[in-house]
Design a protein around this ligand. Sequence first.
Ligand SMILES: [Zn+2]
Length: 294
Amino acid sequence: MKRNRVLIIVCICFLIIVAILGVYSLTKEKAQTTIDVSSLNLNNVAKESASNVNSYVNIAKQAPKSISYAVPIFMYHFLLDDYGEYPDVENFMRPQTFEEQLKYITENGYEPIFVNEIGNIEEYTKPICLTIDDVFVYFYNNGFPLIKKYNVKVTLCIIYEYINGENYLTTEQIKEMLDSGLVSIESHTMSHIELTTLSEEERRRQIFESKKKLEEDFGIEVSTLCYPVGDYNSEVIELAKEAGYKYGIAMTGGTYYSDYNKDLYTIPRIYANRSMSLNEFANYLRQSYVTVDW
Ligand SMILES: [Zn+2]
């Protein structure tokens, strides 16, 4: 009787173990199948999405077949009502005139860009560019509040050795303007001397050091060389290229047309002088266009 009971218990245990193993193996197989199927689907979906994304990226990265554009690039100096004894009156624009111009730019849908954005010109339809040469403290006092008011970007051509000097910008003022996102800083050399008149060694220093120092002091990339007094020659341009500048801006020549002014190291500018009327300013703005053939 006892023996039979033991046998029955052993049999029941055996059956239970078999049953458990059976269920486990079935579940495992099902789970395995589910995982296989889902991972396969996921892989396919992932692959398909990746190929879609890549094709979109390729379209976005695809270089345009051709771009034709015109950018009026204005050159300003001082923003001051009173020019004192200074003989070159035309370099002093009244802040009120500057404000009228900024107002006109925003009300008429023009897109102010930095000089260093000329390389991405296909992103704009009505680009214009404002550059300030020499940039004494008058720009910080009279111009910076206005560009913030109208949300207009401006490129400042800084003379490195003038920083923190008399009537010039301080390091802190430059940092504050950079932080606004409305200002880009470019090189107007170390000390604003005509580059073609210098020795080879000093010319190099003016071009290379100003870029390096501005980049170190402000954590920016300097890509434009603004030639002091608009003075340059082939040697200056070669040094600018060697130093890593992408653009060189001159003082004269009017609106920049990509069809005619192909050299990015002799970019012409428009002299924004004291007697420039709003009508004259608006006429230059109307020359702005971008035509992209994809
Ligand atoms: Zn200058």
